[in-house]
Design a protein around this ligand. Structure first.
Ligand code: 5CA
Ligand code: ZN
Length: 415
């Protein structure tokens, strides 16, 4: 799958230190990638509606992680997916009378232009489900052979659906650590089918859906015609792209359960016990009092803001003003505050000299390394800009250049 152009990342003096993040599963602060390599998988979009600010916030959060790792001298491999065939996409295509492939292609193109505008570093491995069907089918067959999956006859299809047998994985439940009733409720709410007759256990997730009339399907000699389930897609793309175990599994907090719980389980079953080392989740961005979501339609679109003439750097600053793991609500006030901050920074950076740059670089580095604390990073730059504009301190020649490169390299904000 085509990505988008990589923004230029300026070089900074010195090197960043270890990046600590709070693991969703344990609540502990841990080093995100202890070795010289860093591997990250972030769940990509389901392209049935335009990128909204919630998606943007999640991808900006992981972009800050990648930038911090690169600044620390790590060799980073970032993998992501596009869920370019799945129920919500097919339902939207049917409802609007558009071919599902055209709907996906249009929305993926829009996502690329949004990510480009926001200066998000593109993934190194970027794969759609459609182009990965043979590998996913092979993984499902391996799970069947290993006794970790089973077939469920389907009255409305020629073939069988295939489900994962979660009883084959003793570690199931260790990602989200939820009780049974909560898991069941979230499964029903987020794409699962706990009440489907014929399953061994209500939470067992779909791996392969036998062809139904009017739905896209692919041939597989072992499984019959059908299409992949959701969680197995991310397990296969992550394992192919990064190998296992990999360092960080990421996405928005709506993916903790069942999605990451199940994709990790599939990874463990397929690859002898290992999956992601750390789980990291971004909070949900709300609008008009509810989680911003394509299904509710309460969307603030990045593309619309940009079309209205809003500087994408201001959108990025508005997002970075919040701790990535907090839930927060987008308001017009958020944007106005970010625009004002951007204008102040630009004024402060317009001269050749300014207050000492090294403490700002150190403060921004320390803040992002502390569980991606971007609000504190912004405050450090604010303080520098305020002092610069007051103009009462001894001036370091070239300081604005270093501060601008710090903000660009570590926060992705182009001044
Ligand atoms: N394709 C799947 C993941 S494999 C999917 O969830 N797609 S999505 O388009 O619905 O979401 C894309 C990413 O944006 C996911 O990481 C999701 O957790 C995140 N996301 C969705 N809504 C919000 C929101 N309101 N705030 C923050 N992040 C969000
Ligand atoms: Zn995913």
């Amino acid at each position: 799958m085509l990505t988008w152009p990589a923004p230029h990342v300026p070089q900074l003096p010195g090197e960043g230190g270890p990046v600590l993040v709070r693991d969703t599963s344990t609540g502990q602060l841990v080093e995100a990638a202890p070795g010289p390599r860093a591997t990250l998988y972030v769940c990509g979009i389901t392209p049935y509606d335009a990128t909204h600010l919630g998606h943007a916030a999640t991808y900006i959060a992981f972009d800050v992680l990648v930038r911090a790792w690169r600044d620390a001298g790590k060799d980073v491999t970032y993998a992501s997916n596009v869920t370019d065939v799945d129920d919500p996409l097919l339902e939207r295509a049917t409802a609007t009378g558009v071919d599902w492939r055209d709907l996906a292609a249009d929305q993926i193109a829009l996502f690329r232009s949004d990510m480009t505008a926001l200066g998000v570093l593109p993934p190194d491995v970027y794969r759609g489900v459609v182009e990965t069907v043979p590998q996913i089918a092979a993984a499902v067959r391996r799970m069947l052979d290993a006794g970790a999956a089973y077939r469920v006859p389907t009255p409305d299809a020629a073939g069988d659906d295939v489900y994962a047998d979660l009883a084959a994985d003793p570690a199931f439940g260790t990602v989200a650590r939820l009780d049974d009733a909560t898991m069941r409720a979230l499964s029903a709410e987020r794409g699962g089918d706990p009440d489907r007759p014929g399953k061994r256990s209500p939470l067992d997730p779909l791996l392969w859906r036998a062809e139904r009339a009017g739905e896209p399907a692919w041939d597989d000699a072992g499984l019959g015609r059908g299409r992949p389930g959701w969680h197995i897609e991310c397990a296969v793309i992550a394992a192919d792209g990064l190998g296992v175990p990999f360092d960080v599994q990421g996405g928005g907090s709506d993916l903790v359960f069942p999605h990451h719980e199940c994709s990790d389980s599939h990874l463990r079953v397929l690859d002898a016990g290992s999956a992601a080392r750390v789980h990291l989740h971004a909070g949900m961005v709300a609008y008009d009092g509810q989680k911003m979501s394509k299904s509710l339609g309460n969307l603030v679109l990045v593309s619309r803001l940009v079309a209205e003439g809003v500087d994408p750097a201001a959108v990025r600053l508005a997002v970075l003003a919040h701790r990535y793991r907090d839930d927060w609500e987008w308001t017009t006030g958020e944007l106005a505050a970010a625009q004002e901050r951007l204008a102040t920074w630009r004024r402060a950076l317009s001269g050749n000299g300014g207050p000492e740059s090294a403490p700002v670089l150190a403060a921004v580095r320390a803040a992002v390394a502390d569980d991606l604390d971007t609000p504190t990073a912004l405050t450090a730059v604010d303080a520098w800009a305020r002092t610069a504009l007051e103009g009462r301190v001894p001036v370091e020649h070239g300081a604005p250049g270093v501060v601008a490169r710090t903000v660009d390299a570590l926060l992705g904000v182009r001044l």
